[in-house]
Design a protein around this ligand. Structure first.
Ligand SMILES: *Cc1c(COP(=O)(O)O)cnc(C)c1O
Length: 401
């Protein structure tokens, strides 16, 4: 590969991202390095993707071993890694069947299509309404952005898919006024809104949504693309709430850094998908599912998940200590290693994240005023501590202290 620079990014790639002012070249555990050799603590985790950090030896070995056997063969054949991963997911969740996609957005697209088709076959074409919640994020296909209910992601892309309405998150009364037996085919929600600002559903709300769906013959879809795969300290967040969906979507952490998504459902719903009704060329790809199997094996362990919940305590405590010093957060919230710190002064968000990079720390944002930290689930206590030392330095610069 010839040497390229950050300036080449602007020259050759479409401008939908605004990456950091360097080229990332190498990662190990919860640290990575740029092209000038500078090292960073990674609190971004590839946006809640790298559950085992960068280049985890067992995951590298799983990828390497599969790379010597079979990369891709198409869904005209079935392969061992895909069957094994599906079996693992079914045996550890509410679901009876799995469909593999290549991303979270595609998994949601599949879930929404399945819900529409289910209602069409069971109840007729009038039952096609999808209810979702403002501020949610379900991916970037046209269906997903429309369902997501954030104007900034759908404006100017119309005409948009129809029969999609939105309610305020955690507002059961509003949902009650919109849902109907006649028209509603599905309600889709994130158990904890991620991109929207790390906003957890209340226990009362999520139980109420389940009940309203049951009363109105509507399917409940949990988008666990971000909350799933150990992120909250539970394998899936619904297991924490103890409320089961009819369909669940998973991606991000599932592949530990390889592109994969999954849509899972109970038999009564899944049986609607017959040969030819849905599909994707790369879905069930042996490389991706082999990595998924290893990722599953490492993450879905009671001790490992308990450690994630322990690290939640350390993260929240560390944020609180910074708040005692700078009085800068309105709220510190989230579960497991999906933590948001909401700023009192939202105009400082950009300044803080870029000063973090100067100090050698990568953090994400959510909504317009939240610092989001979703690191590798196996991040060490010393990396967490070092990350907060650097966050402290960044805040000292921003607040002139
Ligand atoms: C990231 C995300 C998506 C989209 O996943 P992609 O892999 O980017 O398509 C969907 N839903 C939620 C909750 C997400 O966090």
């Amino acid at each position: 590969m010839s040497k390229v620079t950050r300036a080449d990014f602007d020259k050759y790639l479409m401008g939908v991202y605004c990456p950091a002012p360097f080229v990332a070249v190498k990662g190990e555990g919860s640290r990575f390095w740029d092209d000038a050799g500078k090292e960073y603590v990674d609190f971004g985790g590839g946006i809640a993707v790298n559950v085992m950090g960068h280049c985890h030896p067992e995951i590298v070995a799983a990828l390497e071993s599969q790379a010597h056997k079979l990369w891709h063969i198409s869904n005209y054949m079935c392969t061992e890694p895909a069957i094994t991963l599906a079996k693992n997911l079914v045996e550890s969740t509410f679901a009876d069947k799995v469909f593999f996609a290549n991303s979270g957005g595609e998994a949601n697209e599949a879930a929404l299509k399945l819900a529409r088709r289910y209602a069409f076959e069971k109840f007729g074409p009038q039952k096609n309404q999808i209810i979702s919640f403002y501020n949610s994020f379900h991916g970037r296909t046209l269906f997903d952005v429309t369902v997501g209910g954030q104007t900034k992601y759908c404006e100017g892309f119309g005409p948009l898919p129809g029969s999609i309405v939105h309610a305020d998150f955690n507002d059961l009364e509003q949902l009650k006024s919109l849902i109907s037996k006649e028209n509603t085919c599905a309600v889709i929600m994130e158990p904890i809104q991620g991109e929207g600002g790390i906003l957890p559903a209340t226990q009362e709300f999520i139980e109420g949504v389940r009940k309203l769906c049951d009363e109105n013959d509507a399917l409940l879809i949990f988008d666990e693309v971000q909350t799933g795969f150990g992120r909250t300290g539970y394998f899936y967040a619904y297991q924490y709430y103890n409320v089961e969906p009819d369909i669940l979507t998973s991606a991000k952490g599932l592949g530990a850094g390889i592109a994969i998504g999954a849509m899972m459902a109970r038999d009564k719903v899944a049986s609607i998908f017959k040969p030819g009704l849905h599909g994707t060329t790369f879905g069930s790809n042996p490389l991706a599912t082999a990595v998924g199997c290893k990722s599953f094996e490492l993450v879905n362990q009671p001790d490992f998940l308990k450690e994630v919940r322990n690290k939640e305590v350390l993260f929240k405590k560390s944020y609180q200590e910074l708040n005692d010093k700078y009085d800068c957060f309105k709220e510190i919230r989230g579960a497991g290693l999906m933590i948001g710190a909401q700023l009192k002064d939202e105009t400082l968000l950009k300044k803080i994240t870029s000063e973090c990079l100067n100090q050698g720390l990568f953090v994400l944002t959510a909504g317009h005023d939240v610092i989001r930290t979703v690191p590798a689930l196996n991040i060490s206590e010393s990396d967490i501590k070092e990350g907060f030392v650097r966050l402290d330095k960044a805040l000292a610069v921003v607040f002139n202290k």
